[in-house]
Design a binder for this molecule. Structure first.
Ligand SMILES: [Zn+2]
Length: 160
């Protein structure tokens, strides 16, 4: 009797569980970034992406995939796919993180950040609020700006 009810349980409930988790994933993908809850972000992002984008983490210097990456193409937000930087805005920096001297127009939000006993300007994706890094005014090019960005916050799309 017990065995039979266990089989019934497995037959009825397991497919229900797997179906509902798939539905959930679909739901998250279709949601607008601003309407997503932290749980939605956890479902969508890898743990590393979640830590940097949503918890304002910082990847270790000189470890990011795009630190010394100079292919032609575009850099998009890893959280919502919004276009953030062009490869023409990237320059070689010795700071240990991907650095850009400018950004795509209206793609970035700037926010005063007084954490870690420093006064810095945080940069975020304007579309989803994902943390990208910080901006400094010690850039070596004409703009004088250095957008210091975590590789994990970015997705690169090569020029075809
Ligand atoms: Zn975004």
């Amino acid at each position: 009797m017990l065995k039979k009810s266990l089989i019934i349980y497995v037959l009825i409930f397991i497919p229900l569980i797997s179906c509902s988790s798939q539905e959930k994933k679909k739901e998250v993908m279709n949601k607008k970034p601003m309407n997503m809850t932290e749980q939605d972000w956890k479902n969508k992002l890898t743990p590393e992406q979640y830590h940097i984008l949503r918890e304002k983490g910082t990847e270790y210097p000189n470890t990011g995939a795009f630190n010394l990456h100079f292919e032609k193409g575009n850099y998009h937000c890893a959280g919502c796919d919004a276009l953030l930087f062009y490869s023409t805005q990237k320059f070689k920096s010795s700071c240990g993180w991907p650095s850009f001297d400018d950004a795509v127009k209206d793609a970035i939000e700037y926010k005063l950040d007084k954490s870690h006993f420093m006064v810095r300007t945080e940069i975020l994706c304007k579309n989803c609020g994902g943390h990208l890094g910080h901006i400094f005014d010690d850039g070596p090019t004409q703009t004088g700006q250095r957008y210091c960005v975590n590789s994990i916050s970015l997705i690169f799309k090569k020029d075809e």
